[in-house]
Write a protein that binds this ligand. Structure first.
Ligand code: C5P
Length: 400
């Protein structure tokens, strides 16, 4: 239920805007207060009067409406809500949001808000698939914007494909999920994930087989408990979760810098498979075979240990709980216990990645949790289930 929740509903100009009128009703049925904002284009599809009648609220339309400013300024309006929902989010609105435009009431509210924003895209299939829209979508996801839909199916324009606005029950469900506060609401969490790539020359790099699956699942599980998640990811094969702030990096040094600048945080989880070494120097241009049969020698140097650096920060900068991972192939518990002490972190989540377990790059994980109280071995389960179990334990440890 949504009792006491305030939703600012930005209705964009698209044929799907009629569904937003039903959305107002369904959100109110569940106890939410809905304040509609109509773009100029939206008024071509639905009338302010119908939005106002269904919402039992004033409808906001114009940035320069001085009466509105006297009652409630646009900054205040953007912050009075618990969640801003943009439905339908047209290609144009998405582009404005991704580009940081603020030239009408809707785009200004979206720039000024300090609340979570959810978009429900709806547009013609070609517009949806256009590289510009996909670029904007990636930017918005990276900014932590929640995205619902679009669905695939026949469209008002006669074409078929992805671009239909999600159905109202699906949007209501997503709104509920976004607004239900969890034990980690108000907590800031940094999660590292994926491999790092360490360049040798402009075309070659040192890498590893991490898919980023476990780190991604953990970030999603922590988000679902209400945490504000900064997700610092190397070039992973699985896409980052929605609703988290994504910081994409390539090298260990970049990951180190991104993590340190994301602090302070209440919790830091280091699920990335960081390359231990990088080349001591990088060739400016592609290294060539010279025909002599000689092979180049790569001189390596140590990368910063990000986990150890954060775990050993002074108490005023160190997150309250610092969790590392340990991928081991033998003597898992004793190696991981030694690693916990060496790095100075609070917990180590250890797993056996020896050949035959299928864990590295696979969908399951079997972990042993090492804490100050000793080692606990958990049953093998999907990486999602392990993530949820770990997230719940982290929330408990933070006293949430
Ligand atoms: O020393 P090892 O690589 O086995 O330690 C693994 C743990 O340390 C993981 O949590 C990993 O994310 C983290 N780590 C790191 N920076 C490094 C190496 C490892 O944060 N340079």
């Amino acid at each position: 239920m949504l009792h006491g929740k305030r939703i600012l509903l930005v209705i964009g100009g698209g044929i799907a805007a009629f569904k937003s009128l039903d959305l107002i009703r369904r959100l109110r049925e569940r106890g939410a207060t809905v304040t509609p904002v109509l773009t100029r284009a939206a008024e071509e599809f639905v009338t302010p009067l119908s939005a106002s009648a269904l919402a039992a609220s004033k409808v906001y339309r114009d940035l320069f409406d001085l009466t509105d400013e006297a009652e409630m300024g646009h900054i205040e309006l953007s912050r009075a809500a618990d969640l801003i929902v943009v439905a339908p989010a047209t290609a144009d609105l998405m582009a404005k949001m991704a580009g940081g435009h603020a030239n009408d009431l809707a785009s200004t509210l979206l720039m000024a808000t300090d609340k979570r924003v959810m978009i429900v895209p709806a547009m013609n299939v070609r517009m949806w698939e256009h590289p510009a829209t996909q670029r904007n979508l990636a930017t918005l996801r990276g900014d932590g914007i929640l995205v619902v839909g679009p669905d695939e199916g026949p469209m008002a324009c006669g074409e078929f494909g992805p671009g239909r606005m999600a159905e109202v029950p699906e949007i209501v469900q997503a709104v509920e999920a976004a607004l239900i506060s969890g034990p980690l609401t108000g907590k800031r969490v940094v999660v590292t994930s994926g491999p790092t790539h360490e360049p040798i020359d402009p075309v070659r790099y040192i890498a590893n087989r991490s898919s980023g699956a476990q780190g991604t699942a953990l970030a999603a599980a922590l988000r679902d408990l209400g945490a504000d998640v900064v997700f610092v990811t190397g070039p992973a094969t699985v896409p980052p979760p929605d609703g988290v702030q994504v910081v994409a990096v390539e090298t260990a040094q970049q990951m180190h810098d991104a993590v340190l600048s994301a602090l302070p945080a209440d919790l830091a989880v280091f699920a990335a498979a960081v390359a231990d070494w990088r080349t001591a120097s990088q060739a400016e241009s592609k290294m060539k075979k010279d025909g002599s049969g000689d092979v180049p020698t790569l001189t390596l140097t140590m990368n910063p240990d990000i986990l150890a650096a954060v775990a050993q920060l002074d108490a005023d900068r160190r997150p309250g709980l610092v969790v590392g991972f340990a991928a081991e192939t033998d003597d898992v518990v004793s190696h991981a216990t030694a690693k916990r002490a060496r790095k100075g972190c609070d917990w180590i989540v250890a797993n056996d990645v020896s050949a035959g377990t299928g864990i590295m790059g696979g969908s399951e994980n079997a972990v042993t949790l090492i804490t100050q109280d000793g080692a606990e071995t958990w049953e093998r389960a999907s990486k999602d289930a392990v993530a949820r179990q770990l997230a719940a334990r982290m929330a408990e440890a933070l006293g949430a």
